[in-house]
Design a binder for this molecule. Structure first.
Ligand SMILES: [Zn+2]
Length: 111
């Protein structure tokens, strides 16, 4: 992935999804080891991401389980809408962060 910040957001989301999962299991009455470590790693990573981007991510995560999704063959894997070819060309360069016009998720290209 070209865009460093976007890469960090993807990692942050991975951590958030793991933390969510751990909480789900805890609700069933099981104690999870390593949850505190996950949270500490999440905090450390979040501190490296610029505030506006982090805010954008948090807001999306409030509505959607996944705030950032891959695009493969020009298809947003969040909602399966085809992305315009022009957006794909720019998106692959990674200078800017694009969002899906349909579902509003942040996009990264994996092909
Ligand atoms: Zn979408």
């Amino acid at each position: 992935m070209v865009n460093k910040e976007l890469e960090m957001i993807v990692h942050l989301q991975d951590l958030d999804l793991m933390i969510d999962e751990a909480h789900d299991v805890e609700k069933l009455g099981f104690a999870i080891s390593g949850c505190e470590e996950l949270k500490a790693a999440r905090q450390e990573l979040a501190a490296k991401i610029s505030k506006p981007l982090l805010y954008r991510y948090e807001r999306l995560r409030g509505k959607l389980k996944r705030a950032v999704v891959p695009v493969k063959n020009d298809i947003c894997l969040g909602c399966f809408l085809r992305q315009p070819t022009a957006v794909g060309a720019q998106g692959r360069e990674g200078n800017e962060i694009f969002v899906c016009e349909n579902c509003g998720r942040m996009l990264y290209w994996i092909d």
